[in-house]
Write a protein that binds this ligand. Structure first.
Ligand code: 4AD
Ligand code: MG
Length: 461
């Protein structure tokens, strides 16, 4: 049996024999004694192994280099040196796997994040990615905790769908047809009746529409799964495959929805601060000195709530030159969102009541006939972290909008049925999981907060 390093470092059972297994981070020392820093992924911290060279023989110890994997038995003792409380005096060492110093790419510390993206199969072994991936895990767990505590059920929406929830059109098609020789009908168009599902299908861009069906039965649900968007946007905040959390709640209006979003974000950030302390402190020290302060700031302050119309006024009066012009009706860009959050309010913002033209068909229409009850949560350094709305619950109003937008009923009839049978006021939102991880880790590129990022021309690992 092995003991994990996270437990050994907290252990008071000194002078007992322990077994530890992990990967060598560094090896230093002199002719008599070698010091091996060993890491097993359970914590950012290494345990120091003290090796009497004469006892094992130099030849035996030679392959124990950075990146190799070993099993050490030894005595857990109070550390003589600085920087660690306990260390292990090795009595037996088994070498599981070597890592040739001439070819193993992670020899030194301090590789650039760009370089590490090129070796995504090995980067989880670095301190940085170990920290990010552990934080990612704890945040996922906290999300399930939060909704479970609230009595919201985890609802599994499909990955393959025939609908386009956001109407954005940037979808990945799913097909088993032979692309070199697809079946065609008389008009020469591809005959999808012969495709696997008998109609065109794609990877989901959002689980919301199915989530609404769940909420209309279970009261409160949330989805948490991968979503796919084929937007060719090579930005530090977009992935082609990202994870989204989408709660949907019956009997919630837009204000309840805003409260939910704010409480939810604060809960998971607080959870990370408590359970990922070492990792967050490491990232704060290495990358972003203001990280811990920023996280605490979000916890301690009420998010500013304002309408799109008010936001546009502030932007127009800001005297600032933006790359994209601001006017009522414009879809706000990340530069506008970040101006409001970082420079104007210096606080997270929830913006509501957007022009209907720039939002999805399902949002509840306001009395003014121009705006809808959408809400975006805007965060420092991230811009939009959450997008959501109260939903249009009235069948006729929703149908009018569907017709106005020339949307196809064929793939949406089941969604519209919810408004026919026992419709209810309801609301929901989507949190981009990687954007949350970006915020909590202080990383600046979304490619660095998911193990295997999917972006244009990038599926090597
Ligand atoms: O604002 P979006 O498009 O909203 C929806 O999909 C709704 N169906 C959500 C709902 O009401 N249930 O996306 C929601 C969030 C965004 O705020 C952003 O955080 C994230 O998903 N997101 C992305 N994250 C990474 N890469 C992308 N390409 C993303 N597109 C959206
Ligand atoms: Mg959005």
């Amino acid at each position: 049996m092995r003991t994990k390093i996270i437990d050994l470092l907290k252990s008071s059972a000194t002078n007992s024999t322990v077994n530890v297994k992990g990967w060598v981070r560094t090896r230093r020392g002199n002719k008599q004694v070698a010091f091996i820093a060993l890491n097993d992924g359970s914590t950012i911290n290494n345990i120091q192994i003290v090796v009497d060279i004469e006892k094992f023989g130099e030849e035996f110890l030679k392959p124990i280099t950075t990146g190799s994997c070993i099993h050490v038995s030894g005595l857990l003792v109070k550390s003589q040196g600085q920087g660690q409380s306990v260390e292990i005096q090795a009595t037996a060492i088994e070498i599981y796997g070597t890592a040739d110093p001439n070819t193993y790419p992670l020899q030194k510390k301090g590789h650039s994040l760009e370089f590490l993206r090129e070796i995504a199969h090995l980067r989880p072994r670095t301190n940085t990615f170990g920290a990010v991936l552990r934080i990612r895990h704890h945040l996922s767990y906290a999300i399930h905790n939060y909704f479970n505590n609230l009595g919201f059920y985890y609802f599994h929406s499909p990955i393959i769908t025939a609908s386009d929830a956001e109407g954005a059109g940037s979808m990945f098609q799913v097909t088993t047809l032979d692309l070199n020789n697809p079946p065609r009908n008389e008009e020469g168009k591809i005959n999808y009746a012969e495709d696997f599902f008998g109609k065109p299908t794609n990877l989901t861009v959002s689980g919301q529409l199915e989530g609404e069906l769940g909420a209309m039965a279970l009261g409160g649900i949330y989805t948490f799964g991968p979503t796919f968007r084929a937007e060719n946007s090579n930005t530090p905040r977009h992935l082609a495959e990202f994870w989204m959390i989408e709660p949907e709640a019956a009997f919630y209006d837009i204000n309840d929805n805003m409260d939910l979003a704010e409480n939810f974000l604060k809960y998971v950030i607080e959870y990370a601060l408590e359970y990922c302390k070492d990792d967050i402190e490491f990232l704060c020290k290495m990358y972003d000195g203001e990280l811990v302060d920023r996280l605490n700031f979000v916890l301690q302050n009420k998010f500013i709530r304002l309408t799109y119309t008010e936001g546009v006024k502030i932007l127009e009066n800001s005297g600032k030159k933006f790359e994209f012009p601001v006017y009522w009706g414009a879809d706000l860009q990340s530069e506008h969102e970040r101006y409001l959050v970082e420079e104007h309010f210096k606080c997270p913002v929830i913006m509501t009541d957007y022009p209907k033209e720039i939002k999805s068909f399902y949002m509840k229409q306001n009395e003014d006939g121009k705006t809808v009850r959408g809400m975006d949560v805007l965060f420092p350094r991230i811009g939009e972290i959450i997008g959501g709305s109260e939903r249009e619950a009235d069948y006729d109003k929703l149908m009018n909008r569907v017709n106005e937008l020339n949307m196809s009923m064929d793939s949406l009839w089941w969604y519209l049925d919810t408004r026919k049978f026992g419709t209810a006021p309801h609301s929901g939102f989507g949190l981009g999981f990687e954007r949350l991880v970006l915020f909590v880790t202080g990383m600046t590129n979304i490619r660095d907060v998911i193990p295997f990022p999917r972006t244009p021309n990038n599926t090597e690992f």
